[in-house]
Ligand binder design. Structure first.
Ligand code: MF3
Ligand code: CO
Ligand code: CO
Length: 268
């Protein structure tokens, strides 16, 4: 069925549909996949080299160098004034941490490294949370659960799923493990630009929200907290988000495509 036919069918059922701008061609999806392959190699490189004693600035340098070697561009650098090539969010930082030479990783820390690569004009966005040395068992569980939330959401996703099905699965899994889900920041359409529509909720009611058509490309990136889901913006840099209660936060992010056949992970 064409986009127009699908839209007519779902709108007749009262189901909100994506706009035509949210639907990518096969060629565009292959372009985003190429950007994703580079992005995944960069994250693999970080995973192999991250260690206690290293500064977040050194992570920034690794990401910048590796991305350039692979022919990509780091999307965060100068994005809306962001000063570095990657986001590094430590412990109670939820996201959008800014690398600096004074923040040194130590045994027991967790750090999310969020990379976005531009290649031939296409964007792919993914992140992982790394455990440094031996972490507290509850924190280890937090990191595992945040990954499980994302993997469960992807596993349950099909063409013509509803957008809030993603959040329903994530919130359920986080809550049954005693953790909370950040509401204020969500996943997003991605591919021709860094942040596109639609907003992807990481919480909510199943079988509600927009229907997901083949051709949509977006991120899923749940931020899971140890304690309260409440967060605040660091007023000193206007970027970094922290948990209100100082509890730690973990996140993984994939770029995925909805295809005729099912789901394709373009960056992880
Ligand atoms: N990569 C983040 C996301 O997942 C966005 C970072 S914006 C930046 O959407 F400017 F901080 F890089
Ligand atoms: Co993202
Ligand atoms: Co990201």
């Amino acid at each position: 069925m064409s986009y127009e036919e699908l839209k007519e069918k779902y709108e007749a059922l009262g189901v909100p549909c994506p706009t035509k701008e949210m639907i990518k061609t096969k060629e565009q999806i292959e372009g985003i996949r190429e950007a994703g392959i580079i992005n995944t190699k960069v994250l693999d490189y970080v995973e192999a080299h991250i260690h206690a004693g290293m500064s977040t600035e050194q992570i920034d340098q690794m990401v910048a160098k590796k991305t350039q070697e692979l022919g990509g561009i780091c999307a965060p650098l100068h994005y809306e004034g962001f000063p570095k090539s990657v986001c590094t969010s430590l412990n109670d930082a939820v996201c959008h941490g800014i690398p600096d030479p004074y923040t040194i990783l130590k045994n027991g820390d967790i750090i999310n490294v969020d990379c976005t690569t531009i290649y031939k004009g296409y964007y792919a966005d993914a992140s992982r949370t790394f455990m440094i040395g031996k972490v507290d068992p509850i924190v280890k569980r937090l990191v595992e659960v945040s990954k499980e939330c994302l993997d469960l959401a992807v596993k349950n996703l099909k063409p013509f799923s509803r957008v809030r099905d993603i959040g329903y699965i994530i919130e359920q899994h986080a809550k049954r493990n005693g953790f909370s889900v950040v509401h204020e920041i969500g996943g997003h359409g991605v591919g021709l630009d860094f942040h596109e529509e639609p907003f992807i909720y990481h919480y909510g009611k199943k079988n509600t929200g927009m229907v997901l058509f083949p051709g949509m490309v977006f991120t899923i990136e749940p931020m899971i907290n140890e304690g309260t889901r409440k967060v605040f913006l660091d007023a000193s840099n206007n970027w970094t988000i922290y948990t209100d209660d100082g509890g730690w936060s973990s996140q993984f992010e994939y770029t995925i495509a909805i295809t005729e056949e099912g789901i394709s992970i373009l960056a992880h």
